[in-house]
Design a protein around this ligand. Structure first.
Ligand code: KG4
Ligand code: ZN
Length: 336
């Protein structure tokens, strides 16, 4: 069974082709391409939806051609077409969904509307031994530029929200603090690089709402803003390390508390911020200490891509799901 998926929820255009062997022997990624638009939006200081959708229109046909060539597959041999259906920017989602629907109609194949967050959520299971449609019970942390949520996963498509951010997402806090420090977008990798040489204990920054299942990062961001004008000399690496450690502490504390409360034996993590090595190491160590298995999405699957959308679509298809062609995109598509 071969699935072609498009991801156009924000400023990345991505297309992937994934072949499932059978429910018990995993899948093989035949091709995956991501076209970033960072340079087009950089000068505006944020994503401009109209520019994003225009670029999706330019990039998508080119990437479709490239993935079918790389995968050595004719479009008529694809068994289902999928696209991210939300959450995201309406005008961007519309491009990927319209292309996938058009291909599904043209080739008479099923269409699958996939939730972007489900793509992230399932990505720790991508391609491995667990890639058999049997998604194990777990507590899952999704940390990206737009979302910070923890979820109880009972199985494929069976999700319950534990907590989410009440203000900034973790990645958004990284990006905003990076901007204050004069770094480019995305800010997470630059902060991580500076933090490597820094002392995470030098600045005492807040860890908000530690007793709640929800998250909050705007107080931390504001604390960095207020401390900046008072700082002199060589502080950059220490400030980055202290900020990063405050984010990691909040994420690790709440995730371990949720895993204990909901009595799971597996913790998973995905989304752009889960590229962060300190977060991966410290959540991994905390899980080992507390007796939980820990699975994080591989770094190449953490930031937005279409392979994770194809994987979610493949698991859904194998489980007998498909979407109606009349299903509209949903910019606020809830996962749980
Ligand atoms: O999942 P993603 O590609 O897009 C959304 O769905 O939002 O995540 C992008 C976010 C950005 O905020 C970026 O700064 C953050 O992930 N990020 C990181 C790192 N790499 C990417 N944050 C911290 N450390 C990193 N190494
Ligand atoms: Zn994402």
């Amino acid at each position: 069974m071969t699935v072609l998926a498009l991801e156009t929820s924000c400023d990345e255009t991505a297309v992937a082709i994934l072949r499932g062997r059978d429910r018990h022997s995993g899948s093989e990624l035949l091709a995956s391409e991501v076209a970033s638009q960072i340079t087009e939006h950089e000068k505006y200081g944020g994503i401009v939806p109209e520019i994003a959708s225009r670029n999706h229109l330019v990039h998508a046909p080119r990437l479709l051609e490239r993935v079918t060539r790389d995968a050595k597959i004719d479009m008529s041999h694809v068994d289902a077409f999928a696209a991210t259906s939300g959450p995201g920017l309406a005008s961007s989602l519309m491009i990927g969904a319209s292309i996938a629907k058009g291909l599904a109609i043209g080739f008479g194949k099923p269409y699958l509307a996939i939730n972007h967050l489900e793509g992230h959520l399932l990505s720790p299971f991508f391609g491995g031994a667990d890639c058999d449609g049997q998604i194990r019970r777990n507590v899952s942390l999704i940390v990206s530029g737009g979302h910070t949520i923890s979820i109880r996963v009972h199985g494929l498509g069976n999700y319950h929200l534990i907590g989410c951010t009440v203000d900034d997402a973790a990645g958004e806090a990284f990006d905003k603090v990076a901007k204050m420090l004069g770094f480019g977008y995305p800010g997470g990798p630059e902060i991580e690089n500076h933090a490597r040489a820094g002392d995470p204990d030098r600045f005492d920054l807040p860890r908000s709402m530690l007793d709640s299942e929800n998250f909050s990062f705007s107080g931390l961001k504001t604390a960095v803003r207020y401390s900046l004008p008072k700082l002199k000399g060589d502080f950059l690496a220490d400030l980055c390390a202290s900020f990063q450690q405050a984010v990691v502490d909040a994420l690790v504390t709440k995730t371990i508390a949720a895993a204990q409360k909901y009595d799971v034996d597996l913790v998973t993590m995905s989304g752009g911020v889960s590229c962060n090595h300190e977060l991966r190491r410290q959540l991994g160590d905390a899980c080992a200490r507390e007796g939980f298995e820990f699975k994080s999405a591989e770094p190449w699957l953490c930031t937005d891509n279409a392979a994770m959308i194809a994987f979610a679509a493949l698991l859904r298809l194998q489980a007998g799901f498909e979407s109606r062609l009349t299903e509209e995109i949903d910019p606020n598509f809830a996962l749980a």
